[in-house]
Ligand binder design. Structure first.
Ligand code: IVH
Length: 676
């Protein structure tokens, strides 16, 4: 079949399945038998597997089970629903605790108690109670705004509708997990890929009567907004929840010490297969609410909690080949092509080998029999080599000394910070001169967090690149659409859509723009810092005129590594040309200043010396929460130097010279109406 014909066939099937879904789920009128439905679904999946160019948002490969109905009202969570950072190893846990102790400025003997709670793999929901009455239930949504699924949640017998106990808070959002028990899932197996999908699908039924038919359970574990909650710790809160009539996990425990956490983890993991619900790890939460408050959040996850994931699934396979991939920064990443093997329901045929050192350390060779691990969302990797099964003729793998794409020398850089050679080998060519690097740069440029151009995915970027339609980022905005329309797989409509999404993205914020450039060591966070510092594209662009980049070190969070990378970027002529061209085409919005409402607005701070009972990190987050800024050196941009024990003399002296106010910890806390 020709590509076009395949596409037409495929689209017809997608349209049909959409129609059937609508009849079934929105109108509750199944119009075909389940077998016919599955047949159609399989045909679509089969076509997608055979022809990689096929894709549709409404494909059953994207939407398993019930399609979320568009009929739910959206509503904001009064307190956002955060997510959790993951830990996989004992080392991760040790680091988790270390960071907490550092942040709180406690010594290593300080005992932190954690509420250790099995992490049920379901759908989280937030239930609002006012004066003891369940008044509203929201799904998590994007964490800020969820769907109003009150009517459906009402059908769950695990959710108390009225709580008359006196100590129940006047107002509270009780949060927990909606899930389906494995034994109940048995009956729904035909319709859903796994219990989680079944829970999510049934919660989103348009008609609550349909939700009611499915035995959904609810386990409570946290809260959002509250008024009148009298507990001071997570574990006490769990006990209260029970008293109020909520179910909590019977395997919840109060534990201190990493070794005890591990012991409990092993114990629960052993029970895992006997439980009637799926758990994918254990959540540890610092028990004391006062400490939780102090620790606060990073991005969208709390500092005071972590999800310790169960060890992944492993499988044995054989390495067929070792390929070298070249990344956007020129890093050469070896990837093992392995005989496809099913690991925990996913067919794995690639495993990362990380870098040259890793191959040497494990002496990994083509033909080796290896144990492959797939943990959480991370890329599968090789755990170990079975030396007994090594082929007699096998040879050590020699890492290429020249870039497989452009032939330039590959080098290992010396890292000034670690004072060691990098483990990663890189192509030494300058950015756009190496084909592979160029393509990767373009993929990054259009990626989600950068320009986020719909319809210009990785495969299409590669295709356009091969056809010489794009070579540099600016070419994306000068595409020859007439030519594209004539290409196989493209039509009038798809070209119109592409044109529309590209034009739409000509308006861009400075931080996204800086991130999109793909300057090494400048990720999203650093791009934000630079954007805030430069404020406008023209200020940023004028970096190319600079002789000395040292003043960038004043931006808190930007270090020597970043500055030297920025300098490299701006001393490359092609990069300057890319910048100039983009500047002509795009409308790059100036960075807007943050809300200035806090007590420390317009004030900048620097800490020197050890403070008492509060870490630098906590001071920094206190300052930022109150609209102040922190700087990393004494200059006339500094307003307050906070001194602790054994301050750096030089800093104090230069502060005095510059007539900068010098304050101690108490004076600082008083500025925030806090006393130590
Ligand atoms: S606490 C700020 N506790 O895990 C803390 N979450 O990755 C965030 N989950 O969306 C929630 N069991 O769906 C918490 N005992 C537990 C949990 C739990 C399962 C899920 C929940 C959340 C996700 C976070």
């Amino acid at each position: 079949m020709k590509k076009k014909q395949v596409q037409i066939e495929y689209q017809k099937k997608i349209n049909l399945i959409n129609k059937l879904n609508k009849l079934y789920y929105d109108k509750s009128q199944p119009s075909v038998t389940d077998e016919d439905f599955d047949k159609l679904k399989n045909e679509i999946l089969h076509l997608e597997a055979k022809y990689s160019f096929l894709k549709s948002e409404s494909s059953p490969s994207k939407q398993i089970g019930y399609k979320p109905s568009k009929n739910f009202k959206k509503d904001f969570h009064r307190v956002p629903m955060l997510s959790l950072a993951n830990a996989f190893t004992e080392e991760d846990l040790i680091n988790f605790e270390k960071k907490i102790l550092n942040f709180l400025s406690k010594d290593k003997n300080y005992k932190i108690f954690y509420s250790a709670e099995p992490k049920i793999d379901g759908i989280s929901a937030s239930l609002t109670y006012k004066n003891g009455e369940f008044v509203k239930g929201l799904s998590r949504g994007d964490g800020k705004e969820g769907e109003d699924i009150t009517a459906n949640l009402f059908t769950l017998s695990d959710i108390p509708k009225k709580i008359k106990l006196k100590d129940f808070p006047e107002e509270i959002d009780v949060r927990g997990e909606v899930f389906i028990q494995n034994s109940d899932f048995e009956k729904l197996k035909e319709k859903f890929a796994n219990p989680r999908n079944a829970a999510s699908g049934s919660l989103r039924q348009k008609n609550p009567e349909d939700t009611k038919k499915i035995p959904l359970k609810f386990i409570a574990y946290t809260f959002g907004f509250e008024k009148g909650l009298k507990t001071n710790s997570q574990f006490d809160y769990l006990i209260e929840l029970n008293k109020w009539g909520f179910k909590t996990n019977p395997l919840n425990k109060l534990i201190s010490g990493v070794s005890n956490l591990i012991e409990n983890y092993n114990f629960v993991e052993k029970q895992r297969s006997n439980l009637d619900f799926d758990i994918d790890g254990i959540v540890y939460k610092v028990n004391d609410f006062t400490l939780q408050k102090r620790l606060g959040n990073v991005a969208n996850a709390p500092r005071w909690a972590v999800a310790h994931k169960f060890s992944s699934n492993k499988a044995t396979s054989q390495i067929i080949d070792i390929e070298i991939q070249i990344g956007r920064t020129g890093a050469l990443t070896p990837v093992a092509k392995i005989k496809p093997v099913n690991i925990g329901g996913v067919l794995v045929s690639n495993a990362t080998l990380h870098n040259e050192d890793e191959i040497i350390r494990k002496d990994i060779r083509i033909g080796d029999t290896v144990v492959v691990e797939r943990a959480g969302d991370v890329i599968p990797h090789i755990l170990s080599v079975d030396l007994k099964k090594r082929l007699k003729k096998s040879l050590k793998f020699i890492f290429p000394k020249n870039c497989p794409s452009c032939g330039s020398k590959t080098i290992k850089e010396f890292n000034k910070v670690t004072k060691k050679k990098d483990a990663v080998r890189r192509c030494s060519s300058e950015g756009y001169k190496c084909q592979k690097i160029s393509i990767e740069k373009l993929k990054h440029f259009v990626s989600k967090e950068a320009f986020n151009i719909d319809g210009l995915g990785k495969k299409i970027v590669e295709g356009f690149w091969k056809l010489k339609l794009i070579q540099f980022p600016q070419d994306i905005f000068k595409l020859d659409y007439n030519k594209i329309e004539k290409l196989e797989g493209w039509g009038k409509l798809s070209v119109e859509n592409l044109k529309y999404s590209i034009n739409q993205k000509k308006n861009i914020s400075l931080e996204r723009f800086i991130f999109a450039l793909g300057i090494r060591h400048i990720g999203l966070e650093n791009a934000k810092l630079l954007s805030k510092y430069f404020k406008s594209f023209s200020n940023f662009q004028s970096l190319s005129m600079k002789k000395n980049y040292d003043d960038l070190l004043n931006i808190d969070g930007i270090g020597e590594t970043q500055v030297s990378s920025i300098k490299n970027f701006f001393t490359n002529e092609t990069n300057i040309e890319v910048l100039n061209e983009l500047g002509k085409i795009l409308v790059i919005k100036n960075a807007t200043a943050k809300k200035n409402s806090g007590l420390l607005n317009n004030k900048s701070f620097l800490v020197t010396g050890k403070l008492n009972g509060i870490s630098r990190a906590e001071v920094k987050s206190l300052i930022e929460e109150n609209s102040g800024t922190t700087v990393s050196s004494v200059s006339n941009k500094l307003n307050y130097l906070i001194i602790g024990e054994k301050p750096t003399k030089r800093k104090v002296e230069s502060a005095k010279e510059l007539k900068i106010r010098i304050i101690n910890q108490d004076e600082f806390l008083k500025m925030l109406n806090m006393t130590s």
